[in-house]
Structure formats: C-alpha cells, structure tokens
Design a binder for this molecule. Structure first.
Ligand code: C5P
Length: 214
C-alpha cells in the first residue's frame, strides 16, 4: 500500500478582497484519481484549491487558496508520501501587489503587474531528485499545439516519471481523452471516456510502472 499525495483543483490569486485570478478547473479529474487510488487500497492526501466537488471521506483533504499555500502544504506532506500526482491547475501568475480595499473603478484602464507563482510539481520533482529519494512524481499537461513535444519538455523540466497529456476539452468536462508519456517521450498508454474510467486507466499505469516496482 502506498500513501499518495494529490494536488487538485484550481488556486486563486487575489487582486483585492473580492477579485481574483484563477484557472478553469473543477477538480473532477483529481477526485476521480483519488477514488481510483482509494479503491486500489492506497492512502490519499489531497491538497486542494477551492472546488465544488466533494472528496471521499477516506481521503485526508487539506484545503488551500493560493499557489504558494498549495506549495507549502504539499511540501509539508510530501516527505511522508511515496509519490505525487499533480493534477491541480494552479494559477501561474499573481499580482505584485494585493490591495487591502476593493479597487474602485475610475473609468481609466487598470494596469496589473503579474509575476509567476512557483511550480509545485517542478519544485517537488526536482527536490526529490536532488535528495536521491525513491519517490515518484506524475504530472499533467494540457496542450493544444505540438502536444507531444511540449508534454515531454514539461516532464523533463518538472522531473516527472510520467506525464498525462490532455487537451483543452478536458476542462470542466465529465469526459477526457488522454495519452501517458514516459521519460523517453514514448506514448505508453491512451485512455478515453468518463473521467472515472480514464482515472482508472491512468491509475493502473501508475500502479504498474511506479508503485508495484518499489
Ligand atoms: O506548466 P503547466 O501548468 O501546463 O503544467 C502542468 C502540470 O504542472 C500539472 O501537473 C500541474 O499540476 C503542475 N503545475 C504545478 N504548479 C504550477 C503550475 C503547474 O504544480 N504553478
């Protein structure tokens, strides 16, 4: 039995107390993967951004809002886990300044300055490599063009063992159509159908390639 860390759902980066930037993500793919892991007898720790879905009570859920909070919680939990499934869609940018009060309209254009947020999968993926840890990392990539090339580049940059490639039609949808690529860039599996069925397929590959061999 493995203890698996999941990052799931979107994160929010506030501009002021009421407005925020986010990514389109329902958390449904994360939920389906958590269910597949629990059904296979594993333990699930889920660091999740704000979602409307409900995770199974058997999972330990750590709710977060921002990408930095998601990173901090994931970093706390990862040392106690065997692997990470990074299925979240963290917001990649945050404003350099968060206003304390609601920004009032002036009739003039408003310029925001944004900086990149940390990449959670890349941080944990690279840290475990540096530590020579046997932990495994699975990332996701949502690509529209040059899909295989971009997904493998991401896998390498984020030091993942496998990357799950899906298209933009996956967002807020009940179905998905994915390919799984390994470190050599080979497509090792393809699954399509409901997110539940696709999650079972993806989890089966993770189990066979990363969990069973440890
Ligand atoms: O670079 P991109 O966002 O397309 O990469 C997708 C993968 O990276 C997903 O596994 C996602 O969970 C992860 N990610 C992350 N932290 C970010 C952005 C993406 O962990 N700030």
């Amino acid at each position: 039995m493995a203890r698996i860390l999941f990052t799931s759902g979107p994160t929010r980066q506030y501009l002021d107390p009421v407005r925020y930037l986010t990514n389109a993500s329902s958390g449904r793919m994360g939920l389906a993967l958590v269910e597949a892991a629990l059904a296979a007898g594993h333990e699930a720790v889920v660091v999740s951004g704000p979602v409307e879905i409900t995770y199974p009570t058997a999972a330990r859920v750590i709710p977060v809002l921002t990408t930095d909070e998601m990173l901090a919680a994931a970093r706390d939990e990862f040392p106690h886990c065997d692997g990470l499934i990074g299925v979240a869609a963290p917001c990649d940018y945050k404003p350099t300044k968060v206003e304390d009060h609601k920004i009032a309209k002036t009739g003039e254009p408003l310029t925001l300055q944004l900086i990149e947020t940390p990449d959670i999968v890349a941080t944990l993926g690279n840290e475990r490599l540096q530590q020579g840890s046997p932990q495994w990392v699975v990332g996701f990539a949502l690509e529209t063009d040059d899909r295989h090339f971009r997904a493998v580049t991401k896998l390498q940059k984020k030091s993942c063992d496998l990357i799950v490639l899906n298209g933009p039609e996956a967002m807020n949808s009940l179905t998905n159509d994915v390919e799984i690529l390994d470190r050599t860039g080979a497509v090792v599996a393809k699954f399509q159908g409901s997110k539940g069925d696709v999650a079972q397929g993806i989890f089966g590959e993770i189990q066979a390639r990363l969990i069973r061999t440890r």
